[in-house]
Write a protein that binds this ligand. Structure first.
Ligand code: BG6
Length: 489
């Protein structure tokens, strides 16, 4: 199904995000015939390039990223959409010349999406400048602006960003990306929960012991040292992506899949999370930093040896926290969340641990202590939904073992699309359900702010873990001895 004709304007088009994600995503949408024939893509960059040079750059991006290689026929169609606009986004001239270019309504459709693939500190400036030549005026056509986290660095700065940009944009025009919500398996969490009625009776405090949400990476911070050292894992991952996952797991069924209905329910979850008072931060949150270690048999640096990191940095590359959702469904069920760089394995998963069966019927047989059931939702790289069940081993003895019920999401011949494809398409369709509304951002900051503030003043010491491990051996977050991090799917 084709979409509205529009002009996609990318600020920061020569940067990493555009190269690795945005241009390949738009190309893949073209392959899927999702772009209107008239849709155009304007790249804004400072480099003194012409269109031919831009096309050759785009070709190089696609050579690296196009699934199954470049399809020459589609590529020809795709490059006819491209236009390079040289301009410095700090200068007013960039916007007046852009506005002038866009008056050519035959060449450039007047529905416009502005993707700000730039430093977040420039968001409000660019938005203000775009509003001056009326590029954000929706009196005749839609005008949408896409921004990506971080939306501020704490509650106060996120409010100040919001105050600035809301002078020029209505909330309906703002598309705040959390690319996690574009991942196929993340969307599948909703389908799995709300399309299978047998789960609903079990999805609550009566049957669930605790829930874990893990995102681990093998990679270190790479060349992002200066950004990362001011950010840390709590802001970089937990405040955004992992809290979003929590809302999807914990939310009530929405009235409809309409963006507002869905986001209303997510906000209710965030509002129900028990605030962490300053004195409880030690018990409910934990941070650590990677030390030198080994990944896949190769020695790797510790965080302090990475480029651009001050020797006395106590920025966390691992963060974990325990939250309680104080509502009728979840009261008393701990949600354990953790993320880390340079961990043993790259993996994102949600693990739901059910309570023990009420009676230990098999205690006096040769069956080992009966294990709790787990429901595992693998988000990446392995996408799966797996329920662990205890079954009897064949044979004369009463022994048991674990067997998996698998509800695989993708058949082998079904290729995974990138999260940005879904999201860029949703912008054109005007579907904001997978984008964050401002109140979600605000409530997410309210949850983590006490932790961030406490850590900011405790600057003497940070625990470390060897690169290539599952993080520090720390168990103070867990409520009971029977609870511990689950690392396997
Ligand atoms: C980004 C973080 O938002 O998400 C990165 O800034 C992190 O630090 C990345 O590596 C993880 O996303 P994905 O899609 O690679 O799992």
């Amino acid at each position: 199904m084709k979409t509205d004709p529009c002009t996609y304007v990318i600020f920061g088009a020569t940067g990493n995000l555009a190269r690795i994600k945005l241009i390949p995503a738009l190309y893949h949408l073209d392959i899927e015939n999702r772009l209107h024939d008239d849709t155009k893509i304007i790249a804004i960059g400072r480099r003194p390039w012409d269109n031919d040079k831009w096309v050759s750059e785009v070709r190089a991006m696609l050579e690296a990223k196009a699934r199954g290689g470049i399809d020459e026929q589609v590529f020809k169609r795709f490059i006819a959409r491209l236009h390079y606009h040289k301009g410095d986004m700090q200068q007013a001239e960039c916007y007046s010349s852009l506005a002038q270019l866009l008056t050519d309504s035959v060449k450039f459709p007047q529905n416009m999406a502005f993707y700000l693939a730039i430093n977040p500190s420039d968001f409000s400036h660019v938005i203000e400048q775009l509003s001056k030549p009326k590029l954000l005026d929706e009196s005749q056509f839609w005008r949408r602006v896409i921004i990506e986290k971080p939306f501020g660095t704490d509650l106060e700065s996120s409010r100040s960003l919001q105050n600035k940009i809301s002078q020029y944009l209505k909330e309906e025009q703002i598309y705040r990306i959390d690319h996690y919500l574009g991942k196929g398996m993340v969307q599948n969490v909703l389908v799995f929960r709300f399309a299978n009625s047998m789960l609903e009776p079990l999805w609550n405090r009566n049957y669930i012991d605790h829930i874990q949400i893990t995102h681990s990476e093998q990679l270190g911070i790479g060349s992002r040292g200066p950004y990362y050292d001011h950010t840390g894992a709590m802001r970089d991952m937990l405040q955004s992506h992992l809290l979003q996952l929590l809302t999807l797991v914990a939310m009530e069924p929405p009235v409809s899949l309409d963006a507002e209905d869905l986001r209303d329910e997510k906000v209710k979850v965030l509002k129900s999370i028990r605030p962490i008072p300053e004195e409880a931060v030690h018990a409910q949150a934990f941070r650590a930093q990677y030390a030198p270690g080994e990944i896949d048999g190769k020695q790797v640096n510790g965080y302090l040896q990475e480029e651009g990191i001050p020797q006395n940095s106590v920025t966390e590359t691992y963060a974990a926290m325990k939250l309680y959702v104080d509502n009728w469904r979840w009261r008393g069920v701990p949600f354990y969340m953790r993320t880390g760089k340079r961990m043993e394995k790259a993996q994102s998963m949600i693990s739901i641990c059910f309570r023990h069966a009420p009676s230990q019927l098999f205690a006096h047989t040769q069956a080992e202590k009966i294990k709790q059931n787990w429901l595992l939702l693998g988000i990446q790289p392995e996408e799966c939904i797996r329920m662990e069940m205890t079954v009897k081993e064949p044979g004369l003895e009463m022994r048991t073992r674990i067997s998996n019920l698998d509800a695989s999401f993708r058949n082998e011949d079904e290729l995974a699309s990138d999260a940005y494809e879904d999201l860029l398409l949703d912008v054109i369709k005007g579907d904001r359900s997978l984008f964050l509304r401002y109140d979600e951002v605000e409530h997410a900051w309210k949850i983590v702010d006490p932790i961030i503030n406490k850590w900011a003043v405790n600057r003497d010491y940070i625990e470390t873990y060897p690169a290539g491990s599952w993080g520090p051996n720390e168990c103070r977050l867990f409520e009971k001895e029977s609870q511990s991090w689950r690392n396997t799917l």
